[in-house]
Design a protein. Structure first.
Length: 198
């Protein structure tokens, strides 16, 4: 499985180089890729280390100030095990998403991330977005969807987007907002059956 992941990663790097995004330069730093040790619902993640001090800036959110970095010298991409059972094009789409996070000013899903995603989507016919559609990707890969049970249903007050969780942070509604519209969440307790978690 690791060999397959490395081969797909190398294909992605070659495709990006062909459209002018070279990952083998000093600005981007070192990128390693592996399969996540934890089994989780997310597609993947990009962990960044060794921030470049020259890219340091201060960001104000509300009344607080945070130290941020635009460039990191070391990136570790982790792809979830279940993603490796999907079609190769979906795996590569996930890898591309995480590679974008390695680029300068792209360690979140902000404007720079969106610009790169749009550019790669238009040039290479990918479908990179902020979040994936697990249900659709499993169906496209002809994988049977398993039923799961959850203790919480989290629903947005504004747009009615909802998702399920087995465990929940006690301050969830204070800390988090809807990623689609920015609305507040309502939490329902109980035993919820879902074919798949979002």
């Amino acid at each position: 499985m690791e060999d397959k992941l490395q081969a797909l990663f190398n294909e992605c790097k070659t495709e990006l180089k062909n459209i002018g995004i070279d990952l083998n330069n000093k600005i981007i730093g070192r990128i390693t890729i592996n399969i996540a040790k934890r089994n989780c619902n997310r597609y993947g993640c990009c962990k960044q280390e060794l921030p470049d001090e020259s890219s340091k800036y201060i960001e104000k959110i509300g009344r607080k100030y945070y130290v941020r970095y635009a460039i990191f010298k070391k990136h570790t991409i982790e792809i979830s095990k279940w993603v490796m059972d999907l079609n190769n094009d979906i795996i590569k789409n996930t890898i591309m998403h995480e590679i974008i996070h390695c680029l300068p000013n792209c360690n979140n899903h902000g404007e720079e991330f969106k610009k790169y995603a749009q550019y790669i989507n238009s040039k290479l016919n990918y479908n990179i977005s902020r979040v994936g559609d697990k249900k659709q990707d499993l169906a496209n890969s002809n994988i049977e969807i398993k039923k799961e049970y959850y203790n919480y249903k989290i629903k947005c007050k504004n747009c009615d987007y909802f998702f399920y969780r087995k465990r929940l942070n006690t301050n969830f509604t204070k800390k988090y907002r809807c990623g689609k519209c920015g609305g507040k969440f309502i939490i329902e307790n109980g035993k919820f059956e879902s074919k798949i978690s979002n």
